[in-house]
Every structure is written in structure tokens, then in C-alpha cells.
Design a protein around this ligand. Structure first.
Ligand SMILES: [Mn+2]
Length: 322
């Protein structure tokens, strides 16, 4: 057994109660990893709560045990906190104060860290998903993985690799996914729930984004701006835009894609994607955000013009770096 896995197992076993948390606007990896860990703690007879700033989005409501994800914990006596799939504690949002009573914090994550919070860190930026780290751990400690746990883990791997299409899809991810299928994971169900169960408002908003997209720098940069009124017009929230930016990157000539969303008037979330060789995590970091080499994000405030004027020079620098 790997030493860090033994240490993690021992801390989980010694804890009185465990508080599991993940990032705001949680994705399949965040919720899948958190729920898989909760199920493992169930098997140890260890009380735990799962907290998140937001409720899981509708396309993840199929996950077994999803109702355990709450905005506040049910117990107050947690002495160990475990945060999954987030690189900075700030991304816990309103869930952060619930960890104040924890004597130790464990971080399980695959983002490139720009700070190193936590007392024990199981962090591997080369892993395509936190669920890969969680699956490694559960296999290594010989946990019993039932079909529901397998489904949670597999959902994390499938969503963070874009259904095994993204460049981060490693041989290990496929090996682990194969084992999770053997253990009862259902990949067709995951794909159908995650990718083919969207409200019509989401697709209408996608139509607006595609109509507004702009190409620059010899068509190597593609960006689109979704204003607050676009969300109002389609009765959508920012949850709708999950995966939108990949449509911009799918254009033959485009090397870097950016999607700016004014989820609240004057406040912009920016998703960045790139093809091989272009490090958009550096762009995100320059604007106070973070992420992975080919998939990153940040937030800025101001008008559309102000947001673009801060972003554009960083994107140009990134495009000129290759
Ligand atoms: Mn992830």
C-alpha cells in the first residue's frame, strides 16, 4: 500500500466524524468523488456529511446518494475535513465556515496548485480527474466497491475526460474505468444523464453563444460573450454553459477558446480551453484564477469591454508563446 494512502486511511479511521466538501458549481468529478468517499466512510462505519456551496446540477441528480450533498452539515462534531477537486479553499464558497471546527484538512485534487492548503495533500496534477485519485486510493486500501460507488467514480472520470475524448485521457484512466465497469458502473447511463438530458433552455442559450462568437488572430482565437440579458432571455443560469466553450475550440483553426459569462450583472466568469501546446492555466492565473494547462478559468468584474480588455492581451501572449 502506498504510504500516503496508508496515512489517509489511518486519518479517516481515527476521525470522530468527517466533513467532505467540494467546489462551488460542482461538476461530475466533484460530486462523484465526494459521494464515493462518503460511501467508503459508510463502509467503515464512520459518520460523515457532504457539503457544497451549490446543489448538484440537474444532470448529476442521477448519482446514487446525491441527496447527501447539502449546503450545511447535519452534525457539528467533525474533527477531520476532506476537500476534493479544488485547488483553493476559497472555492468552497459558503461551505468554507463549516470546516472551521476540523482539526485537520485533507486535500484530494488534480489541479495545478498555486497555494498548498491542508495538512495532508493527495494531489496529482497529472491525473485527469480527482476520481482517478479516489479510485487509486480505494483499490489500494482494498475497499469494497459496490456498483453505486463504481458509478460515482466512473462519472468523475467520464466527465473530466469529456467521455475519454480530452487529451488528459491517460491509459490509467481507461484501465481504472474498465475495472469500474466490471464492478457495476454503467457508462451508457452516465453519458445519457450527463450529456443528453439538458433542458431546452440550455440549448437555446448555446444557439445565442454560437451566433455571437468572434474569431480573431487569423482565426486561432475564438471567444464568445454571454451577457446577463442572454441568461434572462432563455431563463437559464450559468449551470447551462457547462461544456459550451468546447464548441468554440472544436473549430479547425482555433487554438484557444474563451467563453465570458455575465452570470450576475457586472461580474464575469471566464472559461478557457486550448489545444496542445498552449497553456491557458497561465492566462487564468494572470487574472487571479487557475486550472489545468488546457482547461482553466477565472472571474473578473466590470463592463464587457473592461473584461475583454483585461483578457485579450493575456490570450494574445499565450497564442504568441507557441
Ligand atoms: Mn476534476
Amino acid at each position: 500500500m502506498k504510504r500516503i494512502h496508508r496515512t489517509l486511511l489511518s486519518r479517516l479511521s481515527k476521525a470522530k466524524a468527517v466533513l467532505i466538501g467540494t467546489h462551488k458549481n460542482p461538476d461530475g468529478d466533484a460530486i462523484g468523488s465526494a459521494l464515493a468517499l462518503a460511501r467508503f466512510l459508510d463502509s467503515l462505519g464512520k459518520p460523515c456529511d457532504v457539503v457544497c456551496h451549490n446543489q448538484p446540477p440537474s444532470n448529476l441528480r442521477f448519482l446514487p446518494g446525491v441527496d447527501r450533498v447539502r449546503s450545511a452539515p447535519q452534525r457539528q462534531d467533525h474533527d477531520l475535513g476532506v476537500v476534493v477537486d479544488l485547488e483553493s479553499v476559497e472555492r468552497l464558497g459558503d461551505a468554507a465556515p463549516h470546516f472551521a471546527g476540523c482539526r485537520q484538512i485533507v486535500v484530494i485534487d488534480h489541479h495545478v496548485p498555486h497555494e498548498e492548503p491542508g495538512d495532508l495533500r493527495l494531489v496529482d496534477p497529472s491525473a485527469p480527474a480527482t476520481a482517478v485519485l479516489m479510485t487509486r486510493f480505494l483499490f489500494d486500501v482494498r475497499a469494497r466497491i459496490d456498483p453505486d460507488t463504481a458509478q460515482c467514480l466512473l462519472t468523475g472520470i467520464v466527465t473530466d475526460t469529456g467521455g475519454f475524448r480530452f487529451r488528459n485521457t491517460t491509459p490509467e484512466a481507461l484501465h481504472l474505468a474498465a475495472k469500474l465497469l466490471e464492478l457495476g458502473g454503467d457508462i451508457a447511463a452516465i453519458n445519457s444523464h450527463v450529456f443528453e438530458s439538458k433542458p431546452v433552455s440550455f440549448v437555446r442559450l448555446l444557439g445565442i453563444m454560437l451566433a455571437k462568437m468572434q474569431l480573431e488572430m487569423d482565426d486561432r482565437l475564438c471567444y464568445a460573450v454571454l451577457e446577463h440579458k442572454d441568461f434572462e432571455l432563455t431563463d437559464s443560469t450559468d449551470e447551462a454553459t457547462e461544456g459550451f466553450v468546447n464548441h468554440l475550440l472544436s473549430i479547425e483553426t482555433v487554438q484557444i477558446a474563451a467563453l465570458l459569462r455575465e452570470h450576475t450583472p457586472g461580474r464575469w466568469r471566464i472559461s478557457l480551453r486550448s489545444k496542445e501546446g498552449y497553456d491557458v492555466a497561465a492566462v487564468a492565473r494572470a487574472l487571479g484564477g487557475g486550472g489545468h494547462r488546457n482547461a482553466a478559468g477565472c472571474s473578473v468584474e466590470g463592463t464587457e469591454e473592461e473584461a475583454l480588455s483585461r483578457l485579450r492581451p493575456e490570450l494574445q501572449k499565450c497564442l504568441e508563446s507557441c
